[in-house]
Design a protein around this ligand. Sequence first.
Ligand code: NAP
Ligand code: MG
Length: 412
Amino acid sequence: MQRIVVKNPIVEMDGDEMARVIWGLIKEKLIVPFLDIKLDYYDLGIKNRDQTEDSITVEAAKAIQSHGVGVKCATITPDAQRVTEYGLKKAWASPNATIRSILDGTVFRKPIMVKNIRPAVRSWKKPIIIGRHAYGDIYRAVELQVQEPGKVELVYSTSQGEKERILLNEFRTPGVVMGMYNLEKSIRSFARSCINYALGEKVDLWFSMKDTISKTYHGCFKNIFEEEVSARQNEFHQIGIEYRYLLIDDAAAQMMKKDGNVLWALSNYDGDVFSDVVAAGFGSLGMMSSVLVSPDGKYEFEAAHGTVRRHYYEHLKGNPTSTNSVASIFAWSGAIRKRGELDGSRTVTLFAELLERATLGCVEDAIVTKDLVPLIRPRPKAFKSTEGFIEAVAERLIVLLGSNQTLWNSKG
Ligand code: NAP
Ligand code: MG
């Protein structure tokens, strides 16, 4: 079969454990045989990050900045136990956090929906995408335990001296204190990434905070969003999507009645909580895709799950595994589609579409990995191995490609 030529490169970031095993299979069976593509490869596996003192992660992020599109396999974020397990020099930072801070991006998580898995919430018919602000708030807060009676104040001093002093609390009994902050620049980038995503995907944008209570802190987020949205009001009208600001509790309640097709932009903590609520509501971590979008329009695609450690240990023992590769396949198809859009190549975007169709076709015909068995209706009698599922997708893809003559007749 003639391979489809992809004009510009995609940055490929390899990863760890079972996710790395799946990665290799997807590339070998679903990508390389069909696409003539230059993959700018970075091995973000834990051993290589350790060997390069993590400079490889920074290089990969810079490559995404220059090529515009990347696809990343799940990686280990080492803790003390992983340092011992892999004999590491130190517990290197999370590669995702490093890449996110270099690209100044926002992560959007989107469920991959199929006809035979019904979300836990009956009204959810289309995806609810979560955009989580990933800077500051309680994740960069300072905290204090108060043991004896005393006064705690917030003091703001500039280089010229003290400017403001606010009493937080006059403690008479023990208690706790937390001080947190955020930056206007980061909130603005977040708003811009959310707007880019909503316009690109043609979905409504909801943003929610609690500005009735936190008039200054949450109010600042609300105002920045409103400024950024009003600067692009024309595009919202043109595309036919709407922006709504709702109080967080109101939004949470309304989300249960909505049919989906919405990007829900959330502050760091709310996003942490609701991304897990929504993921669980849609079914499985193996069916959740994720994309990092920078305010200047660079994209990094990945699966939302981790390296699936337990399955990897089984794999190392030589036992068969049944790990779901749908989200990793969608990371690839997402990157390929975006590459095609940026290069203006209809054949490349069509390939991405057919790869997704082949994958969803398998799941909808109950050809699935073990994790999906309890979720599928009617319940399948058997399940595929890790390799078996990817092979089934490859077979369908070949058929779909063969029957799409436009792919081979067009020039780009
Ligand atoms: P995980 O990889 O997300 O897996 C947790 C459990 O969820 C698995 O044991 C499995 O359940 C189920 N699961 C997740 N993905 C699945 C899939 N594709 N197919 C089938 N089942 C799936 O989390 P973890 O094992 O706790 O974390 C392992 C490593 O991943 C950690 O070192 C963490 O740092 C890293 N991590 C990386 C990323 C990233 O790079 N984006 C994100 C999260 C975590 P059963 O065991 O019940 O089958
Ligand atoms: Mg969470």
